[in-house]
Write a protein that binds this ligand. Sequence first.
Ligand SMILES: [Cu+2]
Length: 141
Amino acid sequence: MKNRSRFLAVVGTIALLFAACGDEGGSGDASGGGGKQSVTVTAADFSFAETEIQVDPGATVELTLDNTGDAEHSFTSDDLDVEVEAGGGEEASTTFDVPDSGTFEFHCKYHPDGMTGQIVVGEGEASDTGGSDTTDEDTGY
Ligand SMILES: [Cu+2]
């Protein structure tokens, strides 16, 4: 438990840093709709911890791929034209825009058979503004 909250705190801090950057740079951003949204996807050997990511319609998603495994993994979405890769134990991030609705596949390009998930736009209330977690269970954070 301790480790877990500490991990989340670290991720949260990183997310905040990204959010801070984004706000300064992106005030003249996209036309209406969602704002910035930070999402972390954790990749292990060989699965994603998050297999469904909910994002706000039209949001600019700042995605961090946290690779806790030993193998190299990627977060790849052909639908959204996104790709970011991280080596074992590393972390990498990218930014992309999502449309106003829809469901989009993502996968690891190295392990497309076992590592897949989907990005769901506009369903449910993914309204965390600090944005450290995505589809997290109750962590008390
Ligand atoms: Cu992989």
